[in-house]
Design a binder for this molecule. Sequence first.
Ligand code: PLP
Length: 398
Amino acid sequence: MELREPPNYRTATKMIHAGTERSPYGEVSEAIYLTQGFVYPTSELAEMRFSGEDPGFIYSRYANPTNNIFTKKMCILEGAEDGRTVASGMAAVASAILCTVKSGDHVIAGRAMFGSCRYILETILPRYGVKISIIDSTCIQNWQKAIQSNTRLLFFETPANPTLEIVDIAAVCRLAHEAGAIVIVDNAFATPLYQKPLTLGADVVVYSTTKHIDGQGRCLGGIILSSCQWITENLHDYLRHTGPAMSPFTAWIMLKGLETMPLRVQHMTRSATKIADLIAQHPSVSKCLYPGRSDHPQADLIARQMRSGSTLIAFEVKGGKAAAFSFCNSLKIPIISNNLGDVRSIITHPATTTHQSVPPEVRSELGISDGLLRLSTGLEDTEDLLEDIKRALDTVKR
Ligand SMILES: *Cc1c(COP(=O)(O)O)cnc(C)c1O
């Protein structure tokens, strides 16, 4: 059931009401169709399902009613025609890339990215004869220079993990399309509330729904959003036959997450803005990068393509690893972990955790120093967070 007119309800209203489909029982909260497959009343109908003449469900590896409701809401939020749910953010990234490229193709990717994305590009793709260029993605000339006649795909995250570097989505999309390539954007950090890559020209958007969409540390999930044509031609059969399906239970958790996501992310962003201001002017800190601050080196670009700075802050404490560890260990509210977008504030030391396997020289190229920390701002009281972070920064020996 679609939302009744007018269609221009605002995001929070849509996230609660749009795309909801109810069973004949009329349940309030969406049903969890925790079933492997579906029954056909007759053999004739089974035949029609398999031929595609009847659009009904066949098997949950292909499609499931609970997952479909989640997909519909995400399409509305993102402005996408169609989408597919998968078991994790990495399943989304891997599937979107692998269903796009073939042997002999060339891929360009931004160098600052989630560690597992780097593994897919640098280790898996070359095994299948795909060539890779990894570039400093903040400079549009680098994208231009890297394009070759066989370039098929441009892939990046923005803001990127963990340095919060920004890529000019519209400019990269123009270059890609002139070269006959497509663009996949990992939009996990900005969230669909603050940045809509499809409207800026991207062909495909991927999310780890594990992050702000679940937002409560419960389930892994991923989603791929694009045009009907791209999904039908590239992704549809790939997912059916390789099977990285999201559990209907997870899809239901994600649906519950979406209902409160606008409220959570807006509150977390308001706190992040205040916390970034505190961190930026603290004497223990040598650098603070927050996309919502006017001193971010790419503030003009951010103003053009993001509606807000979102929930993550990257900063460097003076005194390297020892100072970073002492800061993290003395925090009382943020937990030391590696998720983000959660209701709990989370502090991460990328050099020894998420980016430990990245060689030190590559880490330093990426700006991941031993003093760099990433804070994912949670939903705790802003004043409590400010007091805790200030106290912990005060204790850092500099
Ligand atoms: C977390 C994350 C992923 C991977 O998602 P999982 O759900 O953990 O598999 C990919 N890209 C970015 C930017 C992420 O933050």
